[in-house]
Design a protein around this ligand. Sequence first.
Ligand SMILES: [Zn+2]
Length: 327
Amino acid sequence: MTIPAAVRTARSRPLTFALGGLAAAALTMATACSTDSSSGKDDQATPSADTTQQSKQIKVVAAENFWGSIAEQIGGSHVTVTSIINNPDADPHDYEPTAADAREMATAQYAIVNGIGYDSWATKLVDANPAPGRTVLTVGDLVGIKDGGNPHRWYSPSDVHHVIEQITADYKKADPADAAYFDAQKTTFETQTLGEYNSLIADIKAKYAGTPIGASESIVSPLADGLGLKMLTPYSFLSAISEGSDPSAQDKATIDHQIATKQIKLYVYNSQNATPDVQEQVKAAKANGIEVATVTETLTPAGASFQQWQVAELKGLQQALAKATGK
Ligand SMILES: [Zn+2]
């Protein structure tokens, strides 16, 4: 009924490296403190003290690994995190959950789903597997985007920070004895772990805000907003490609014209979802001397952390923008 220990260990191992010495020391201290405050001095001599401490790991299940990576790094040694979508080859948009996924969700104390129609399979799993005391974070509800809106909130830097705040608050509610630990983890994550992510976003925005770009799908829109880039591609096209429906001939003609007349300086596409239409646009952009950069839907390569993945993409965008603008 629980995840095999081997899986848990493998998933939590990269976190240890990410923590570094200081945080690891803080972690040890916090663990010691929480044992004291939760079990009381009478428990000290009994074997149950250990059990009490072990049970203070919140079992977290994230529908997708971009949220799971963040949840894992904030929760540190006081959570175990399983991400259902953890493979770059799996598309969250049309994922078919397995019986094992259902069991994970049924035993989760904290579930993170994206919402906004992106992972309705995950919401269904939550609803079909009631668990008393489980808290569910639906990112779309948190950031106020309704079904039909752009679901790719992990590409919105401000929404990412919003989610970090909420996860921390929810951890503190689930495990009040370790509140100080979670606060320290959050601070380390936001200021140090995400340091390069934050500064790349600020640098790109400062230097390239207002640069007109085109894209293959709506995954790029929240990032373009966060970076201050001007998205010229019709949203109906971006949304159609994201949702796997046919884009209109009119939208395709508009994009062809934007590329042919070099109205866009950069074309960004999701390499995990390069449909024939997108491939045509990439080809046309390159033929017209327009810079091309890529993003992916989920953590790439498999096993990368949220920040490793995002930083690599942001650096790619920065280089392409430098070439495209000569700045
Ligand atoms: Zn998508």
